[in-house]
Design a protein around this ligand. Structure first.
Ligand SMILES: NC(=O)c1ccc[n+]([C@@H]2O[C@H](COP(=O)([O-])OP(=O)(O)OC[C@H]3O[C@@H](n4cnc5c(N)ncnc54)[C@H](O)[C@@H]3O)[C@@H](O)[C@H]2O)c1
Length: 339
């Protein structure tokens, strides 16, 4: 394949469920091309390489990072592998877009952030929901609504993971569901309000089966320093398993925004009347990849390493709140992990 010299050669590490979306975005963006694939599972690496024009593949990350055609990495491996892989990528001098959560604990997230700061390379945690139309619609509308006072976000689904993804059911490897998937909501409400989260109060339920090691249904309430409250509901336990729904309500000082479950646009109600927000029709993974490529080029990053560290702290706080039954202070989680 011929590529423009400015095109970034991207190594994708971990080709399971979500890598396909990243690979499609890499192919679709003229500023990047797929330069290789790594997976500890040789059959999966070879299969993905074959499906993508016969790009080179490796089972050993260090071997791949020794290759000069690799400019940057997209990491889509299980959560517990994120920190050692991120540190290796930083030490090799490559930029990184890494799947959420940045790590399974705050200390690991900070190690990755520090490694990229030392290497002077871009680290972007993939809080993909920020790149979806519905989330960008809310972010853009927040100014019009005035200071957010209350946010309600529900993301409900019915699928629980079988096959090789058993790691997602193991809290030691996923960090628990409030971190693993709850982090999408915790990050989003923080980004929307633009405020500093102080506390997380959470409850979890094992909806699909009492034997589950994780909570497949979560209620998480975030208290912000500026006075706003966010109520988040996250489920993978609804039936039928194909069920998927999302609901957003943002109450600002000046107006109220609602987004219907089946649309990316929304409605704003304020003293001047009711206005509609048009959906943009973009692909979230393409927007995310584009933001990363632009950050590599020197633009303001859409998601910073600090955002990733904070999101991990919020997920850890939610897990702890579920375990203890009381609200957990984010500062306590951040402080005990060392400044
Ligand atoms: N942004 C999103 O919307 C979104 C959606 C789904 C998953 N994710 C995240 O993406 C990551 C991957 O999730 P998934 O569902 O694709 O998992 P998966 O289990 O389907 O795939 C992970 C792949 O990584 C490989 N792997 C495991 N350890 C490895 C290592 N040390 N080095 C190289 N390869 C390794 C596995 O063999 C597998 O092919 C997780 O961090 C998850 O939280 C994000």
């Amino acid at each position: 394949m011929e590529h423009h010299s400015a095109s970034i050669g991207v190594l994708v590490v971990g080709v399971g469920f979500i890598a396909e979306q990243h690979i499609a975005a890499i192919h679709a963006d003229p500023r990047s091309h797929l330069a290789g694939i790594v997976d500890v599972d040789a059959a999966r690496a070879a299969g993905a390489a074959r499906a993508n024009g016969g790009v080179p593949w490796w089972t050993d990350l260090a071997e791949a990072l020794a290759r000069p055609e690799i400019d940057a990495c997209v990491v889509c491996t299980p959560n517990f592998t994120h920190t050692p892989i991120a540190v290796a990528v930083a030490e090799s001098g490559r930029h990184l877009l890494i799947e959420k959560p940045l790590a399974t604990d705050v200390a690991g997230a900070r190690r990755s952030a520090a490694a990229f700061a030392a290497a002077n390379r871009v680290l972007m945690p993939a809080h993909t929901h920020r790149c979806y139309d519905y989330a960008r619609t809310v972010k853009e509308a927040v100014g019009e609504l005035g200071r957010p006072e209350f946010v309600r976000l529900a993301i409900l689904g019915g699928w629980i993971w079988p096959d090789w993804r058993a790691w997602v059911l193991d809290p030691a490897r996923s960090g628990g569901h409030a971190l693993h998937n709850g982090v999408h909501l915790l990050d989003l409400v923080t980004w929307w309000t633009g405020d500093r989260p102080e506390t997380v109060y959470a409850r979890g339920r094992k909806q699909t089966a009492a034997e589950l090691g994780i909570h497949d249904y979560l209620e998480m309430t975030v208290g912000f320093a500026g006075g706003a409250t966010a109520v988040c509901e996250m489920s993978r336990g609804h039936r039928p398993s194909s069920f998927a729904a999302r609901d957003v309500l943002v109450v600002g000082e000046e107006g109220i925004l609602t987004l219907p479950a089946d649309a990316e646009g929304g409605t704003i109600v304020d003293e001047s009347g009711t206005g509609t927000l048009a959906p943009a029709g973009t692909n979230g993974f393409a927007v995310q990849l584009g933001a990363w490529i632009e950050a590599i080029g020197g633009a303001e990053p859409l998601m910073t390493p600090d955002d990733g560290v904070l999101a991990v702290a919020m997920g850890v706080a939610a897990e702890r709140s579920i375990a203890t039954g009381v609200p957990v202070r984010i500062d306590d989680v951040l402080t005990e992990a060392g400044a």
